[in-house]
Design a protein around this ligand. Structure first.
Ligand SMILES: [Zn+2]
Length: 598
C-alpha cells in the first residue's frame, strides 16, 4: 500500500470520481509545476498538469528546484548485472540558494534503500523516503546559508531492473502489433534518467560528475564523459573482496556540465573508431550480427554539419552503442547514444510502423541524425518546463531533416514536409506545441505529430521567413546563450527577434500557442499585358490572421519557377509580370504550411 501522508507543507485531498473511482490529489508547495492526481483502482498517477509559468501573480512558495543547485557528483557503483543489484555511494555537492537551507529533496528510485547519509563532518543526517513520489528528503543539522556549498554522502543499495522503455525518439507504438517479437537474447543493462538510479536533482540542474563503476570481468561499461581509467581489481586483503577479484573498474569524468548521468553495462565489440577531431566509437552488443560499417563516417559528417549550423559539439566524445532490445528506438544522453534494434532486424532492415507520425527511416541515416541532434537540443540545451519540450524533440527532428536535405538534396524535403503536414492537420485540434507532454496522455501520436512534426514545420517556416543567414545565426546565438542550461520558448523568441530584428509575436502565437491552423483562400488570374502576361494572386485568410511564408510554383516556358511570398495580412494581392503564359500554378506545393488552402 502506498502512503499519502502529507510531507512537510503538503496537503492531501481525497475524493471520489463517478467513473474514475477514488482519487488523491497531493498539493505540494514545493513543486508548483507539478500536480499529481493518484488513482487508487489501478495504482497510477493519471495527471501531471502544471500551470503556465510567468504572469504577474506573486509566487507564495519557492520550489525545491530554486532552493539549491547541485554542483557536482562523485558516484561509486558496484553493479552485479546477473542479480540486477546496485550498491552505491553518492557524494553530492550542493549550493544553497536560500537564507537557510534546512532540507533538500532529491529523486530516487523507490526500489533503492538508503543505508545512511552523512554530512561533511561525517554526522549522520535524518532523512525520509517518499516511495510514491520517488523522493528522498534530507534534513541538515546546520542549514547552509545562501551561496554556501556543502556536500553530503549517501550510501544506498537495491535490486534495480533497467526500465524496458528507454527511448526518446518515437515514444509510443513503434511497430505493427500483429508481428510478434522474441525476447532479446543479448545482455545489456541501461540505466538513464528515468531509472533514478542515483539521488538526482528534482529539476534540470547541470553538474559535473565523476563515476567509478565496478562490473564483473566479462562486462564493459559506457557512461558520460571521458573514460579516464580502466583497471582490474587485483588486491585481495579482506575475504569479502575475493569475489570481486578480476572485476573491471571504470572511471568516467565529465569536462562539461551534464543534466543527468547514465550508464550502460553489457558485452560489447568495438567495430570502428576515429579520433581525428573528436573521439568517436561504434560498439555493438552481443546478439547483434549486422555490422553497419560506415556509421562512424556518417556520424562524423552529421556532427560537422550540425557544428556549421548550431555551433561546436558540446561534449568530449561520442560513443554509439547498438544493442538488441525488445522495442526499437534510441536514447541520447550526454556524449553517447544507445540505439535499440530488434533481433528480427538483423539484415539491417528496421521494423518500424510506417504509420508512425515521426518515422523517416526510409532514409537510413535519419535515426542517427535525430539522435546526434539531441546532443545539442535536449542535452546541452534543455527545456525549462513541459511547455518548452519542443526545444528538444522539435529541434532534433528539424535538424535531422536538414541533414537529410544536405546529404540527399532538396528532393527529400517535399515528402517529409507533406508527411509532417498531414499529421499536423490530423492531430492539431488536440492542442498547441506549448502544451508539451500533456498532449501525450490521450494518444502518443498526438505528442509526436505536434511536438516533432508541427514544430519542425514551424521552424522550417521561420527559416523561410527570416532567410537562411538570420535564421541560423539566431539558432547559434540561442545555443551559445543557453548552453548547459534550461531555456524556455520565450528565451527562444527573444534571441531570434534580437538577431533578426523582426517582431515575431504573431508568428509564435499562431504556430506555438494556438491549435488553430490557417484557412486560406487563394485565387489567381492570368491577364494579357504588353509584352507578355500578368499573373495575379489574391490571398484571403478567412478566420484569424496568420503570418507565414508561402511558396508558389508554376511552369513558364518549360521551366519551373518558384516564388516565396510573405503573408502577413488578411487580404493580399501579388502581381507577377511574365514573358509567357504560366501553366500548372501550384500554391503551397510541398504543404510546408499546414492548413487549409483552397
Ligand atoms: Zn528525440
Amino acid at each position: 500500500m502506498v502512503t499519502t501522508l502529507p510531507q512537510g507543507e503538503e496537503v492531501v485531498f481525497s475524493f471520489k470520481g463517478k467513473r474514475l473511482g477514488d482519487l488523491t490529489y497531493i498539493y505540494s508547495p514545493f513543486t508548483p509545476e507539478e500536480i499529481n492526481l493518484y488513482r487508487w483502482k489501478d495504482d497510477k498517477i493519471i495527471n501531471l498538469y502544471s500551470p503556465h509559468e510567468g504572469g504577474k501573480r506573486k509566487k507564495i512558495f519557492i520550489s525545491f528546484v530554486e532552493m539549491f543547485e547541485v554542483k557536482s557528483y562523485k558516484i561509486e557503483i558496484d553493479f552485479k548485472p546477473q542479480q540486477f543489484y546496485i550498491s552505491g555511494k553518492a557524494k553530492i555537492e550542493v549550493e544553497s540558494k536560500v537564507d537557510s537551507l534546512e532540507r533538500i529533496r532529491l529523486k530516487l528510485n523507490p526500489k533503492l534503500d538508503i543505508l545512511r547519509i552523512y554530512d561533511e563532518e561525517k554526522r549522520a543526517l535524518i532523512y525520509s523516503q517518499d516511495r510514491l513520489r520517488e523522493s528522498l528528503y534530507i534534513y541538515f543539522i546546520h542549514p547552509p546559508p545562501e551561496n554556501k556549498r556543502c556536500s553530503i554522502e549517501i550510501y544506498y543499495r537495491g535490486k534495480l531492473v533497467p526500465p524496458k522503455q528507454v527511448t526518446d525518439v518515437i515514444a509510443g507504438p513503434q511497430y505493427d502489433k500483429n508481428l510478434t517479437y522474441m525476447a532479446p537474447k543479448s545482455e545489456t543493462y541501461f540505466f538513464s534518467r528515468s531509472a533514478f538510479w542515483y539521488p538526482s536533482p528534482p529539476g534540470d540542474d547541470y553538474f559535473k560528475a565523476r563515476l567509478r563503476i565496478i562490473v564483473p570481468p566479462e562486462y564493459q561499461c559506457i557512461s558520460n564523459g571521458e573514460l579516464i581509467e580502466k583497471t582490474r581489481l587485483n588486491d585481495v586483503e579482506r575475504v569479502e573482496e575475493i569475489e570481486k577479484t578480476g572485476s573491471s573498474v571504470y572511471i568516467f569524468e565529465t569536462k562539461y556540465p551534464i543534466k543527468y548521468l547514465s550508464f550502460l553495462v553489457g558485452k560489447f565489440t568495438k567495430v570502428e573508431e576515429d579520433s581525428e577531431s573528436l573521439p568517436l566509437q561504434h560498439f555493438y552488443s552481443s546478439g547483434i550480427n549486422f555490422q553497419k560499417k560506415g556509421l562512424i563516417e556518417e556520424a562524423k559528417n552529421i556532427i560537422q554539419f550540425y557544428e556549421s549550423k548550431f555551433g561546436p559539439y558540446p561534449y568530449e566524445k561520442l560513443s554509439i552503442v547498438r544493442r538488441i532490445w525488445s522495442t526499437s528506438g534510441g536514447h541520447s544522453p550526454a556524449s553517447f547514444i544507445v540505439i535499440n534494434e530488434l533481433s528480427q532486424a538483423q539484415n539491417g532492415t528496421v521494423y518500424v510502423n510506417k504509420r508512425s507520425p515521426v518515422d523517416l527511416s526510409r532514409w537510413k541515416e535519419y535515426f542517427i541524425a535525430h539522435e546526434i541532434a539531441h546532443q545539442w537540443w535536449g542535452q546541452a540545451v534543455t527545456w525549462k518546463t513541459y511547455h518548452d519540450q519542443w526545444l528538444s524533440e522539435g529541434l532534433a527532428q528539424f535538424s535531422a531533416t536538414l541533414y537529410l536535405v544536405e546529404k540527399r538534396g532538396e528532393g527529400v524535403l517535399p515528402p517529409i514536409l507533406k508527411k509532417f503536414s498531414q499529421w499536423t492537420r490530423k492531430k492539431s485540434i488536440w492542442g498547441p506545441i506549448t502544451l508539451g507532454s500533456r498532449l501525450s496522455y490521450h494518444d502518443p501520436k498526438v505528442y509526436q505529430a505536434i511536438i516533432y512534426n508541427k514544430a519542425s514545420l514551424a521552424l522550417n517556416m521561420l527559416r523561410d521567413l527570416l532567410g537562411e543567414e538570420a535564421f541560423f545565426k539566431g539558432l547559434q546565438e540561442f545555443f551559445s546563450r543557453h548552453k548547459y542550461g534550461a531555456a524556455s520558448t520565450k528565451d527562444f523568441i527573444k534571441t531570434i527577434e534580437e538577431i533578426s530584428g523582426k517582431d515575431l509575436t504573431i508568428f509564435f502565437r499562431n504556430w506555438f500557442d494556438s491549435y488553430v491552423l490557417p484557412e486560406v483562400k487563394v485565387s489567381h488570374s492570368v491577364l494579357k499585358a504588353e509584352g507578355g502576361y500578368i499573373l495575379k494572386l489574391r490571398i484571403t485568410q478567412a478566420k484569424e490572421l496568420f503570418v507565414f511564408p508561402l511558396w508558389v510554383e508554376w511552369i513558364e516556358n518549360g521551366n519551373r519557377v518558384k516564388k516565396k511570398l510573405i503573408i502577413d495580412e488578411k487580404k493580399e494581392e501579388f502581381d507577377f509580370e511574365l514573358k509567357s503564359k504560366p501553366r500548372k500554378i501550384k500554391i503551397n506545393p510541398n504543404k510546408a504550411v499546414p492548413g487549409r488552402f483552397n
